[in-house]
Design a protein around this ligand. Structure first.
Ligand code: GRF
Length: 197
């Protein structure tokens, strides 16, 4: 059974959908919710779902290396095998990356390589494109640059606002992330370089 930690900085709706789906799975379990934001609603969700949660504030550390050393110690203490980023708004640095090589995945609300980084939904609306989507990818040292695992398109209709588009994207995310985790962990393939679709 793979021991998986979810990292979230805010609302945590993806975290919650992953926890619900994981209850039906035999190959992985969610053992920890980690947040860099002590006020994140994801922490409340973890409490309600009975998932162990920890938050550590980067502002209490002299630098990123010291911060990540503590996060890494937490992950090792909890015997975490694999990390799922779900709305974690911080770049993963070399301390954690080295230890979890090819064992960290992320979800992003665009069809990467389009609209990486912050405010991807706003970026797509401003660009005036008629199609965007969701990307699940391996994490490397860049901003949303790691190898793509799976993408799904979402259409942008003329009447879409930020709110309606976000809702459409999140509906896809809540289905797609559990689906990808099921396939990756079933095949024990988080280490694989190849796409699963
Ligand atoms: C999601 O849209 C995800 O793609 C992005 O951040 C958002 C997190 O939403 N990385 P939530 O906290 O899971 O509700």
């Amino acid at each position: 059974m793979k021991r998986v930690a979810v990292f979230a900085s805010g609302n945590g709706s993806n975290f919650e959908s992953i926890v619900h789906a994981s209850k039906l799975e035999e190959n992985y379990e969610i053992v920890l919710l980690f947040s860099d934001q002590p006020e994140a609603y994801a922490l409340q969700r973890a409490h309600n779902l009975g998932i162990h949660s920890v938050s550590l504030s980067p502002s209490h550390y002299p630098d990123k290396t010291a911060y990540e050393a503590d996060v890494l110690a937490l992950l090792i203490r909890n015997r975490v095998d694999s990390i799922v980023l779900a709305g974690y708004m911080r770049l993963i640095g070399p301390t954690i990356l080295k230890h979890f090589e090819k064992q960290i995945i992320n979800i992003h609300p665009s069809l990467l390589p389009d609209f990486p980084g912050l405010n991807a939904i706003e970026q797509s609306l401003e660009a005036g494109v008629t199609e965007t989507g969701v990307t699940i990818h391996y994490v490397d040292e860049g901003i949303d640059t790691g190898p793509v695992i799976l993408q799904e398109k979402v259409s942008i209709d003329p009447q879409d606002t930020h709110g309606t588009l976000k809702e459409k994207i999140q509906q896809v995310e809540h289905r797609l992330y559990p689906q990808v985790l099921k396939q990756l962990y079933r095949k024990d393939e988080v280490v694989a370089e190849t796409s699963i679709n």
